[in-house]
Design a protein around this ligand. Structure first.
Ligand code: IVH
Length: 679
């Protein structure tokens, strides 16, 4: 190794350490110490060095978290130690039976056992293998004996260490735990899917499981999975005699020192009463957690006792899952309606006899799609079990066959669109039934509502009712027609006076100033939610550039997978869509990034490095976070309060005490204009 490469190696190691530490503090401890911009800068430096010297890349490098190439299919892996599932207890009597049985087997041990209560996280189980402290394999549970190897995807989970903390790790460690999605991320994903016209995930567990088995780890990385570790197995040690002092509790603590996130709401309980109290407490309190838990896992604490109790065919005898009382209840299906979304997808919805579930009255529940209907074998008049949990859309879980009325008729998906009467299609390999009539009023209405929605063109005053009228009166046949409306034309609509019509016309006119990314999002292309639209328009700065791009070019955008890329490519190649774009151009919508300033461009020259800024008051054109981004991109730091260390204070209107303090300290003041000149 030359001296130069040796130096590089040193720097690479240093960068890795810094980034690993920052990442751990951010994702595991939830206590970030490094600013995002600095993290990005160091990350890029490491990436550049590794690109130049590929021999320096190691498996645990932070740059290896996101897989570059999609996997074509996952390999099966045998679990060395099977992943057992847990016996369920649905009430406290069942818990008592479990405890009595355990105590009987454990009679000749001197003390009564203690228990560890942990939240049962509603996600997807993972088995992680570490060799000499390095993560070498991540696998799904599968059937408990055989799982799927998803190492590449597992590496995208930021709270899973690629390398164990601490010196001299054991040669082999297996860690098990639950990969899960926070409720916010789950809702975000579903929101995005809704906007992109895709089927929604029924709950965070399905979303986590589906995400882990995504072939494209770029998509996995976007989904922000998280992980709580709950089992530690060190085969070397398992062969040794287990002392009376080793406990599950210590293992959880050890997992934490190894760098894992362990759920903080664990508790040691010394008897069943305490266990029950814990279960009752979390049945209430779980609604305040940012993730979903569906029960409590109770484990006998001393490992020696666990070993003694062992396993039945299916479950450990030393653990049980207490399930919170159900948020599911039976009710009757009165009828089924079919809704047509803006992508033409037909969604069957069960109209129910109202029931109270999880604190809300439920009258309708989704039946998702054709496949789900077939699976349920739903008949009109059936009594079904409906589930509503938290924010999740109520859904029909199963049919109680024994209560099916005689002569009940099976529900069949319509062969024709309920809105336009045209035949529907059922694409092979898809669960969805779709209306493909370009002029179906339901699709048109959906597209218009989407175009006017807050995250798209944000046209205030055009809601469901107005859209319905615009379509039925044939005033609008496409989003471009909105820009041909006039006050006079609008005034033919029900209850529309001149004042309201003028207001709407103004809102339509204002939408012409909305940026290109929102226009792209507003077009409602499948798989293009607002985040993807933002990513795409950062690279393709005008509609011309995007129209000329191949699917491969589009896939080159960070975070955009092949399916999304192809969908965009296909959309822009359809002549009808090209006509629409031409009309939008004539209407003077923003079909390119404005020349002004692109706040998202990462400015590589760091000429404000070492300078500290404070922004105060309202700036005339820039939003505060835009100004912050600009300063940070040039290497500057933005802090909240003025001190002797502040170099510049950017002052807007109604600046208060910070301005005064800056003046007192004699710090250079800048207007927005001066800041832009400096930049
Ligand atoms: S212990 C032999 N602890 O619940 C021990 N499981 O049906 C088995 N789960 O497949 C697991 N949180 O995916 C354990 N704190 C926790 C858990 C937990 C969630 C899941 C796990 C397992 C299922 C049990």
């Amino acid at each position: 190794m030359t001296e130069a490469t040796q130096k590089m190696q040193q720097r690479v190691e240093e960068l890795r350490k810094l980034l690993q530490k920052a990442s751990y503090e951010y994702y595991v401890l939830d206590a970030p110490t490094m600013e995002d911009s600095i993290y990005d800068q160091l990350y890029r430096e490491l990436q550049d060095l590794e690109q130049k010297y590929p021999e320096l890349i190691t498996l645990d490098s932070p740059t290896q978290r996101v897989g570059e190439r999609p996997a074509t299919q996952f390999q099966s892996v045998q679990h060395n130690i099977p992943l057992y599932s847990l016996e369920n207890a649905f009430n406290f009597n069942e818990l008592k039976t479990w405890q009595d049985r355990g105590q009987k087997i454990a009679t000749n041990s001197s003390k009564l056992p203690t228990y560890v209560c942990e939240l049962k996280i509603d996600g997807s189980a993972l088995a992680l293998t570490y060799e000499n402290g390095i993560l070498v394999r991540g696998a799904t549970r599968g059937d408990g004996i055989t799982g799927e190897e998803i190492t590449q995807n597992v590496k995208t989970i930021r709270s899973i260490p690629l390398k164990l903390e601490g010196e001299n790790p054991p040669a082999l460690v297996e860690v098990r735990g639950e990969a899960f999605l926070s409720l916010t991320v789950f809702e975000q994903i579903n929101q995005e899917r809704k906007q992109a016209g895709e089927a929604l995930f029924a709950n965070p567990r399905n979303a986590a499981g589906g995400t882990l088995r995504q072939l494209d780890s770029k998509i996995v990385a976007q989904r922000k999975l998280d992980f709580f570790a709950y089992t530690l197995q060190i085969p070397q040690q398992d062969n040794l005699e287990i002392t009376d002092f080793q406990t599950q509790w210590d293992n959880l603590e050890l997992l934490q020192t190894m760098g894992f996130k362990v759920n903080p709401n664990r508790q040691v309980c010394s008897n069943l009463e305490e266990v029950i109290k814990y279960c009752e407490y979390w049945d209430q309190e779980r609604h305040n957690l940012p993730y979903m838990t569906d029960g409590v896992v109770i484990k006998i604490n001393p490992l020696s006792l666990q070993k003694k109790l062992g396993f039945t065919q299916k479950f450990p005898r030393w653990a049980i899952a207490y399930k919170y009382p159900a948020e599911e209840a039976p009710t009757q299906v009165k009828s089924v309606t079919v809704q047509v979304g803006r992508t033409g997808a037909l969604t069957p919805v069960a109209e129910l006899n109202p029931i109270l579930l999880a604190g809300t009255t439920v009258q309708r529940a989704t039946l998702h799609n054709r496949d789900r209907i077939t699976e349920l074998d739903l008949h009109l008049g059936d009594t079904v079990i409906v589930r509503k949990a938290g924010e999740i859309i109520p859904e029909v879980l199963r049919v109680l066959l024994e209560l099916r009325p005689k002569d009940a008729k099976r529900f069949e998906m319509p062969t024709h669109c309920p809105e336009c009467g045209q035949p529907v299609v059922q694409p092979v390999g898809e669960a969805v039934t779709r209306c493909i009539n370009e002029s179906c009023p339901a699709i048109l209405q959906g597209s218009l509502i989407h175009w006017c929605s807050r995250d798209a063109l944000d046209i205030n005053g055009i809601g469901d009712k107005l859209v319905q009228q615009l379509v039925s009166k044939k005033l609008v046949n496409s989003v471009a027609d909105l820009y041909d409306l006039t006050v006079e034309k609008l005034m033919v609509l029900d209850r529309m006076g001149e004042k309201s019509a003028t207001k709407i016309m103004n809102a339509i006119a204002t939408s012409k100033t909305q940026p290109w990314s929102r226009v792209l999002y507003g077009l409602g292309i499948r798989h293009v939610g607002s985040v993807n639209a933002e990513l795409i328009t950062q690279k393709f700065k005008s509609v011309e550039q995007l129209t000329q791009a191949s699917a491969t070019d589009i896939e080159g955008v960070y975070g955009i997978g092949p399916e999304i890329a192809y969908s965009v490519y296909q959309w822009f190649n359809l002549p009808a869509n090209q006509d629409l774009i031409e009309r939008l151009k004539l209407a003077e919508l923003q079909l390119a990034n404005s020349e002004k300033i692109n706040y998202n461009i990462i400015n590589r020259s760091q000429y404000l490095a070492g300078k500290t800024f404070v922004i105060t008051g309202t700036l005339p054109t820039l939003k505060r976070d835009e100004a912050k981004k600009l300063i940070q991109n040039a290497g500057g730091k933005v802090t909240e309060s003025v001190s002797k260390k502040t170099d510049y204070v950017v002052v807007g209107e109604e600046a208060g005490s910070k301005l005064k303090k800056a003046q007192d300290l004699g710090i250079t003041l800048l207007s927005e204009e001066e800041l832009l000149t400096l930049l």
